[in-house]
Design a binder for this molecule. Sequence first.
Ligand SMILES: Cc1ncc(COP(=O)(O)O)c(C=O)c1O
Length: 422
Amino acid sequence: MSAQTTDIDEYSQVHLNVFGTPLRVLDHGEGCYVWDVDGNKYLDFLAGIAVNSIGYAHPRWVEAVSKQAAQIAHTSNYFATEPQIHLAEKLIEHAGAPEGSKVYFCNSGAEANEAALKLARLHGRTLQGALPSIGGKPARILALTNGFHGRTLGALSATWKPDIRKPFDPLVPAIEFVEAGSIDAMRAAFAQTGIGKYGKGPVAAVIMELIQGEAGVLPFDADYVAAVRKMCTDNGAFMMIDEVQTGVGRTGSWFAFQRDDLTHGIVPDAVSFAKGVAGGFPMGGLIVFGAKNSALFTPGSHGSTFAGNPLGASAALATLGVMEEENLVTNAETRGNQLRSALESCGNEIFGMVRGRGLLNAVTLKRPCAHAIVDWALNHGLIVNAVRPDVIRLAPPLVVSESEIKEAVSILAQVPADLPLD
Ligand SMILES: Cc1ncc(COP(=O)(O)O)c(C=O)c1O
């Protein structure tokens, strides 16, 4: 029996079954490749779900984390450390956020969105007609159908998929869903604000992704995004962009909101990030744009023991440093273009549409056999992800090379047409 089989049995005995049975037991990685405990090698086109942006075991990252671990791994937030200061400065700079913008650090994407939702609540209380104590109605947060923002109760309240949301009802109130991509639906949701018996509270914020990753890598039309921005501005609502999956270089710009073809150049009020920022160390955060918005949080209004932990901050600084030195944002754009056009011309008849930006991509399937493709690809040395039964997601490390893209596509080109359906 392989080491893998024994390990997976043991895993199942001691882990809550929220992730299903692991596909393999991984042992180590280098660059874009990982090896399992039986010594099998895989080209990783999932990268820990868009996390391992600089690949596995990058020497600069390993050195920075080891050095920081030996120096000081954690302090409470009664103290500051230099890595967290430099990291916040760098993220504000890369986001092009205006003077007075500030960052809150946390440990995951869901937590980053919790901070965003709390920011929206604080902002909502400043809006006219929003204070129930003086006869107002609670300000609302608008989220989009198909959106995904995380599994904690607040983030889940803004997450669309009923299968994962409904079992945890009742969730956080005054978060409403609006049909994604419809300017009319968004306009109608804003128009529900009003006085009298039937009017609702004002809109505190819209929270949305620019490419709905978990829904199958669905980019929005830039006209739609710009229209939502305008409605937010006209109505005093925040536009909060969830860049947990799209941020930090993944889509071929530092942040997806900077891509003209996704937003026509909007400026958000807040941007959440996580996943790729620290190259595999659990870290996330929220960039709040501008001094006025940033001043909403005051001492005691939010926090977390590990927020801005120096080990995570130094992992993130090393990640951003590698991205700058190795031009990985540009690489994401170039290799993404290569990947999409290679998939489009690879000749596999079960593939439908290819979509995405930079290195966050998906290929739709003419038959819903995505899970069988994942297994088949694994057996042929490639890791891909079934984001939906009829959609395969491809999100390799941003260090991926031209030849690695060719290798992945040559494997995908051979996926047989008669795999079992999901
Ligand atoms: C857009 C988006 N927001 C939030 C999250 C939640 O992040 P985490 O799993 O780190 O809590 C995810 C995770 O996939 C995501 O894609």
